[in-house]
Write a protein that binds this ligand. Structure first.
Ligand code: UDX
Length: 441
């Protein structure tokens, strides 16, 4: 209790960097480790590799206070730390299961270099049973050295949302920790104590349950979205309005209002990957996750829905049409384009001979990196609409919510608006002479 807590976080991606910075904010001494030397050099200079509201300020403040350090060498910080968090990537294998290469590499490095008791916590989303493999890897390395240093493993899945990561981390709904020793439980309790001033709980459980909780949570959320997209598509066919239906069912406290928004499909680094991985885990255990398979199918289909609507509007004749896209990131508040619905749409538009004029408040560089110069990158949302035959809202950034429609209508060749997130007033647009289509109404 007398000593300052010392921790290391391996992997300075989204989760790692936010986790490290937020722990530093509570007074803990944090070393963030990454194999990417450029990334670390940049972080040391205060250059942040991702766009996340509030993160840059918090990094700079904690670096200045001497509590937040960056290094490429995990070995060199092992002497001092009580806890090592592993927040490295677990990209999907070709078959959909999570690739544990990096997670186990970190475990081996720890086993090969640790000098004193260390708690090794997995924060990356990993399949049930991974902690067991991490433990075995560390033990194996220790045996090679002929050492019998005590250590523990734990699982502490992260539930933060991109774009709201700092708030989510600093005041979480709950913290889930899987442990198998009192010593590990004590350390984790101490580390999370500063957060307990706010109204939330640390839920301790066994390790497999903690590992499972993350997948179950993300799969449930993805299920809600696919379910609502299914309902929305049926609403269109029977003449119902999904907005009304959402309001109607969301008022039932057992259902709740959140995460019931239909759209053009879920994307991002978590939902698609985690749903796939859980289906795979089930298969490996001789079980079939039937609901989740349908969740995936519905989402694939939904990513194509805006294109289908466009085809209908122009009676299949898309060649040479100019299409304006508002929003490229998989959701507002981020520059992340992983599994973004916009990517599927752009591909289909290009294949049908359309010219694409795209604008996103944050993801323009990321888009250039991914799809190059085959689309025109507009200066702003109005420039994107210039001479367009149709305008498609893909990501509901706040700045797209209240356009000056008069200006847009003058700029466009044809006044066609497809609203992929149901954020506009269709009656108002139709009164102004726009052709307007949205999801589920
Ligand atoms: C998600 C989880 O929310 C988080 O707990 C977990 O740790 C990581 O995965 P994130 O991927 O950052 O976070 O995004 P989130 O805000 O949850 O949105 C995911 C996707 O669902 C987005 O594409 C979003 O547009 C879509 N979505 C969300 C809907 O289509 N409808 C909704 O009602 C809510």
């Amino acid at each position: 209790e007398l000593n300052k807590m010392n921790i290391a976080i391996v992997g300075t991606g989204y989760v790692g960097l936010v986790t490290g910075t937020c722990f530093a904010e509570t007074g803990v001494d944090v070393t963030c480790v990454d194999v990417n030397a450029d990334k670390i050099a940049n972080l040391q200079k205060g250059i942040i590799p991702i766009y996340e509201p509030g993160l840059e300020d918090m990094v700079l403040r904690n670096v200045k206070a001497g509590r937040l350090h960056f290094t490429t060498s995990l070995e060199s910080c092992l002497d001092n730390v009580d806890i090592v968090f592993s927040a490295v990537g677990t990209p999907p294998d070709e078959d959909g299961s999570a690739d544990l290469r990096y997670v186990l590499e970190v475990a081996r490095t720890i086993g090969a270099n640790m000098k004193k008791y260390t708690l090794v916590v997995t924060k990356s989303t990993v399949p049930v049973g991974t902690a067991r493999k991490v433990k075995a890897a560390i033990r194996e390395e220790l045996e090679k050295r002929g050492e019998s240093i005590d250590f523990d493993v734990a699982s502490n899945p992260e539930f933060l949302k991109e774009g709201n990561a700092i708030d989510d981390f600093m005041s979480p709904d709950r913290v889930v920790v899987g442990v198998e020793s009192e010593r590990a439980k004590k350390l984790m309790t101490k580390l999370y104590k500063p957060f307990m001033l706010v109204n939330f709980r640390v839920i301790f459980m066994d390790i497999p349950s903690a590992e499972m909780t993350k997948y179950a949570a993300n799969s449930m959320l993805a299920t809600r979205i696919s379910f609502m997209n299914d309902i929305a598509n049926l609403c269109e066919l029977v003449g119902a309005d999904v907005n009304m239906v959402r309001d109607g069912i969301g008022s039932d406290s057992r259902i709740g209002r959140k995460f019931l928004y239909p759209g053009c499909g879920y994307g991002g680094s978590c939902f698609p990957k985690d749903v796939k991985a859980l289906i795979k885990t089930a298969e490996q255990n001789g079980y079939s996750m039937q609901v989740l398979k349908a969740v995936e199918d519905v989402n694939e289909n939904q990513k194509g829905i805006l294109f289908e609507k466009l085809v209908k509007v122009f009676n299949g004749d898309l060649k040479g049409k100019t299409v304006a896209l508002w929003g490229l990131a998989f959701k507002p508040g981020t520059d992340d384009m992983r599994e973004a619905p916009a990517l599927v749409l752009i591909e289909k538009l290009k294949q049908s001979g359309c010219n694409v004029r795209a604008y996103d408040p944050a993801a323009m560089d990321e888009s250039r990196r991914r799809i190059g110069e085959s689309v025109y990158y507009a200066h702003d949302m109005y420039d994107a609409a210039l001479d367009a035959d149709a305008l498609i809202l893909v990501t509901e950034w706040k700045e797209f919510r209240l356009p000056t429609w008069g200006v847009i209508k003058k700029a466009m060749k044809q006044p066609v608006v497809l609203d992929g997130r149901n954020i506009y007033d269709g009656d108002e647009l139709q009164e102004m002479g726009f052709v307007y289509h949205c999801i589920g109404r």
